[in-house]
Design a protein around this ligand. Structure first.
Ligand code: C2E
Ligand code: CA
Ligand code: CA
Ligand code: CA
Length: 279
């Protein structure tokens, strides 16, 4: 038993060392990636359910690792957040998305909003509002077409401060979407206080719609609640026609998901918007 105990400890230490060296490796690579501009944005269309038109695009960051190729956020956002590098990366994402908005406007495309994810650390930063405002001014993007996606959990961690920050962002015309909604169990009373403009139903509910009755009723309840609060509702992770029909029947405003399109490159997104004008 003693031996087994020692083995367990040795195994655990080895494992921890492995994790630590892995982290250090990612840390070094992330810092370099920021310097070398190895990040890029993909855009996933958000479609208005009533008209079938693209009403927005969510910006999703990717890392083009020279060795591994395209790396997804799940493999680097968490580390970047822990190291504080997320603030710098988040600013890069925001600036790049604002430049894209300006480019579409200069191209004469009809106004389409870009939704940008804000990380917990970014959201807590005192400089958030002034930084975003500076970037909007520098890039010449229309702030009314900038939508910030902030998760329900992040907002509810400190409701007072969140209300204050969101109010400032709204006052300069930016839109605010409550992301991953439904997982944080907020009350109607809390939600009423939020100066938000839309609500995104989390993919975990949509995944089981329409077959699973409880996911269906939760989705219906979220839509009804959003309507009462006069918020636009967007469903994420829509992969099937049946899911879309369920959402349409329940008066959801918009959807996003593989059914319409995976996240695409800037070039492809521009082509989609141009095709929509031609149609
Ligand atoms: P999220 O904000 O919930 O973004 C939606 C995720 O769902 C994206 O994954 C998207 O590719 C994926 N998705 C979209 N439609 C479907 C579908 O029909 N089926 C399935 N199975 N998945 C779908 P992605 O791009 O890997 O991003 C993952 C998460 O990383 C995002 O979740 C967001 O929390 C975070 N993230 C992405 N970009 C940024 C960023 O620029 N800044 C920050 N802070 N976080 C980001
Ligand atoms: Ca999001
Ligand atoms: Ca989401
Ligand atoms: Ca989600």
């Amino acid at each position: 038993a003693k031996d087994a105990g020692r083995n367990t400890i040795r195994f655990f230490t080895g494992d921890l060392n492995f994790l630590l060296s892995k982290r250090l490796e990612i840390e070094g690579k992330l810092r370099r990636a920021l310097e070398n501009e190895e990040f890029f944005l993909r855009y996933q269309p958000q479609v208005d359910i009533a008209t079938g038109e693209i009403s927005g695009m969510e910006a999703l960051v990717r890392w083009n690792d020279p060795q591994k190729g395209e790396v997804y956020p799940k493999d680097f956002i968490f580390v970047a957040e822990e190291l504080g590098l997320i603030v710098q990366l988040g600013e890069w994402v925001f600036r790049t998305a604002c430049r894209q908005l300006k480019a579409w406007a200069d191209d004469g495309l009809p106004p389409v909003a870009i939704s940008i994810n804000i990380s917990p650390r970014q959201f807590m930063s005192r400089r958030l509002v002034s930084t975003l405002l500076t970037i909007v001014r520098e890039t010449g993007a229309n702030p009314k077409l900038v939508e910030l996606e902030i998760t329900e959990t992040m907002i509810m961690r400190n409701l007072e401060q969140s209300v204050e920050t969101l109010t400032q962002l709204r006052s300069v015309g930016m839109r605010v979407a409550v992301d991953d909604f439904g997982v944080g169990y907020s009350s109607l009373g809390q939600l009423k206080r939020l100066p938000a403009t839309s609500m995104k139903i989390d993919r975990s509910f949509i995944a089981n719609v329409p077959d699973d009755a409880s996911s269906g009723s939760i989705t219906e309840a979220i839509i009804a609640m959003a309507k009462r609060l006069k918020l636009r509702v967007i469903a994420e992770g829509v992969e099937t026609r049946a899911q879309l029909e369920f959402l349409r029947a329940n008066h959801c405003d918009a959807f996003q998901g593989f059914l319409f399109s995976k996240p695409v490159t800037s070039l492809e997104a521009t082509a989609m918007l141009k095709a929509q004008v031609a149609a």
